[in-house]
Design a protein around this ligand. Structure first.
Ligand code: HEM
Length: 149
């Protein structure tokens, strides 16, 4: 049950951040300023689900460790610290700033510099979260190391 909660929270987090990432790119490439503004607002609301889901993922992951200790688990922990640092230190402030700038119609160089930073941080977190998902499936034996490569 705990493992199920952990997996659902982790996959929800990965799905949301991937959605934010692709929506940001799609709307930048094809949408007008109004569409960008709407997506930026949706992302800020999405954070209200994403942040708790990552807290549940980290907390449940820690409680699943029990007495186990393996390089795979230590790697997951290290990645989770990086995910949290990027998420709270880079992505959340970027999302809030982008929402405010877009709501004010302020699509200047500052907006695009922050947007670029958010996309780089987002790509890093998607990669780290996907690696943690793979490590989780390896830990529960749902996939084998050779097939996971
Ligand atoms: C984005 C972050 C994470 C994602 C997406 C993720 C995903 C998963 C998934 C999908 C599983 C397999 C569950 C199953 O097959 O039922 C799993 C298992 C596991 N995860 Fe994570 N995980 C994340 C972070 C963490 C963290 C931070 C820890 C703690 C170090 C952790 C510890 C574990 C452990 C110990 C298992 C094995 C559970 C068992 O044997 O029942 N995970 N994880």
């Amino acid at each position: 049950m705990r493992s199920r909660v952990h997996a659902i929270a982790g996959i929800l987090g990965l799905t949301l951040i991937t959605l934010f990432f692709t929506a940001s790119i799609t709307v930048e490439l094809g949408g007008g300023e109004q569409a960008v503004t709407q997506v930026k607002l949706l992302i800020v609301f999405g954070l209200l689900v994403l942040v708790p889901s990552m807290i549940v993922t980290g907390g449940s992951g820690r409680s699943l460790i029990g007495r186990r200790s393996s390089p795979l688990i230590r790697l997951k922990q290290k990645r989770m610290i990086a995910i949290g640092t990027i998420g709270l230190g880079v992505l959340t402030p970027c999302a809030i700033l982008l929402q405010q700038l877009s709501a004010n119609g302020d699509f200047t160089t500052t907006f695009y510099a922050i947007q670029a930073t958010e996309l780089i941080g987002g790509a890093a977190n998607i990669t780290l979260m996907a690696l943690n998902l793979r490590a989780g499936l390896l830990l529960t034996g749902r996939i084998q190391a050779s097939k996971a490569k």
